[in-house]
Design a protein around this ligand. Sequence first.
Ligand code: ZN
Length: 292
Amino acid sequence: MKLAVFSTGADLRAGVADPDQGIIRDVTSVLGGPDLTAVLSDWDTTRAALEDALASLPAVPLDSVRLHAPLRPVRNIFAVGKNYRDHVREFGRSGYDTPSRSEEIPDKPIIFSKATTSVTGPYDDVDPHHGVTSELDYEGELGVIIGRGGRGITAAGAWQHVWGYSVINDVTARDLQRDHKQWLLGKSLDTHCPMGPYAVTADEIGDVDTLEVETLVNGEQRQHAPVKDLIFDIPTLIATISAGITLLPGDIIATGTPAGVGIGFDPPKFLVSGDVVEVSITGLGKLRNRIG
Ligand code: ZN
């Protein structure tokens, strides 16, 4: 099932999208509001109600609505640095990996976060923040959406806590990331986390190892890698984060980006106003964001 948040006027609505049919059905009444996060912890009940009601709910053309980010994060998005081997090497070579510049594969997951206010819609413009950064970069990533929360989740039990997935562009201000050492500022500028177009339930995807991440800039392929290339897989990430932090329903984990980001090129290929970045993942859909 592909859940979405959309609008045709001022108010936000929750929807179930069928991109193959080109339609979206308004399920706001079934969910009790437009906030998907509110129903994640008791999804089985909501899912049954949705399946009962879906066919009777009116469908509108998908291309007639505005899609927003499918989730409003409950807190900062968890994100993972240096989680694909070839990206570790390009990042180490680039000189932007400070203070401990390294091309070595990390032996523990590197976890950072992105502010909630960085989240924006799947087709919204990305603010270039002229005067704040002049080194804007993209990172196409698989986003994992937590359903049932918990602490001390084992890797073996981790899949039971995965509600589903979405596509994320972990837009990064490289100069801020480098100069401030901690990554929060460089990763968190407003609109620097496009997400969507849907929140897709895990059962619709099955084995994430079959998924591929692809990023295009102005139609040119920059990133293309299978999710099975993750150094630390999804169960390991969930076990690592939840060891001492309670994961909450609606938490989002951006799992890391493959090789091919802008700083991987010599000279670097930073984004400029007017560029269009597309990130797609098998079965999850595609983000398409213009740099404003
Ligand atoms: Zn990233």
